[in-house]
Design a protein around this ligand. Sequence first.
Ligand SMILES: [Zn+2]
Ligand SMILES: [Zn+2]
Length: 272
Amino acid sequence: MLINKLPLLEQTQSPKPSHKTKLNFENTSYLQGEKFYKQPLVQKQKRQLSIMKSQNEIKKQIQSITDDSVSKRIQQPKTQLEFQTIDKLQLEFETKYIEQNRVIDDLKLENIKLKMQLEEQEQQIIYLKIINSDLRQQIEISSTDIQIKKIEQEYKDTYRRMDETLRKAIDENYESQIKMKNLQIKSQQLEQFTFMFKQQLTCKFCRKELNNTITVIPCAHNYCQRCVSGYVGRCFACNDDNKVQATYHNEYMSDLINMYKIFENILSLLRN
Ligand SMILES: [Zn+2]
Ligand SMILES: [Zn+2]
């Protein structure tokens, strides 16, 4: 670095005359000036030489300094101070080595602790996974519980509706049973009436359907014309000798019998 700066110093200083010489040149004559001018040229050369010399010296000095330091380190025998510094460094190194070893041991311990922690955490993760699956199962069970409750509610609702329908049906059935009973009574009454009606249309002697009806006065019992023994002198049904006043041929009875036949047909249709 120093060497590079030196030529620059030469360029800036050497070509320019000093301020003092310039003043002298103006005050003297031309010849005097020429003589005076030659003198600074020599001076300049001399100065350049001296600069060169000093430059070389500096170069040498620098070289010697650098060489000296390197050679001192490599070749020259170690001095007492150097030994001391080496010992010091060695001691420093040893303490640092011990310290580092301690740090390494600490790190190893910490590493073991961390590994143990990691294992613990892994176990915790496994445990949590088991709990998670358990919870999921419980949730599924609870969802099926909800479904079962829904189904139960639906069943209860359906049962209630069916029960209502059944009660209505029972009520209706009861009503219809009453109606049926009434109908049965009416039908029985009708049967009795029919029986009585038919009795009125049967001969009191032969117990068959009247044929050419003869009616007795005053009891109004009816006989067939061919069953004369039933009403001659006395009425067979009344069994009283003095009762019969007269008999007549009852044409109206044949109409009644025809009416009864129609009625019986209707009745048989109703029975079925
Ligand atoms: Zn008869
Ligand atoms: Zn009679």
